[in-house]
Design a protein around this ligand. Structure first.
Ligand code: SF4
Length: 124
């Protein structure tokens, strides 16, 4: 209810921050006597805050531009042609970017293309 109170004050940032751990289960909405859909309010606030309140991410903008320019169409097509077992094997080898490291770069900048090239006959 704290984030609903913030929403009623128009404090989008507080709604976004206080609702961060809401998992969108909707239980509160199902039981709300005022028929509020709290989780939808939280989601809207997070989207507004993420779009207009937070600084933009240069990495995200770069990645979106690359996607729009078709940089990943070939590799995505190759991945979509894999059988599930091979796809799971490649997925398990991915690196995950640490949340608190702003200078992180992947150890294998050629992932997953390198794996796709290694044994193309086993991709099908
Ligand atoms: S939808 Fe409501 S009940 Fe479910 S986690 Fe979010 S705030 Fe809690």
């Amino acid at each position: 209810m704290d984030y609903i109170a913030a929403a009623m004050r128009g404090d989008i940032q507080t709604v976004a921050e206080l609702s961060f751990e809401c998992i969108m289960c909707g239980t509160c909405a199902a039981k709300c006597p005022a028929e509020l859909s709290q989780h939808q309010i939280a989601l809207l606030a997070r989207r507004i805050w993420g779009c207009h309140g937070l600084p933009s991410s240069r990495d995200l903008e770069k990645r979106i531009r690359e996607i729009q320019e078709g940089k990943y169409e070939t590799v995505l097509g190759e991945l979509m042609d894999l059988d599930t077992a091979r796809l799971r094997k490649i997925y398990a080898q991915r690196e995950q970017e640490p949340q608190d490291d702003t200078d992180w770069t992947p150890k294998d900048p050629d992932f997953p293309q390198r794996l796709l090239r290694e044994s193309p006959s086993s991709n099908k």
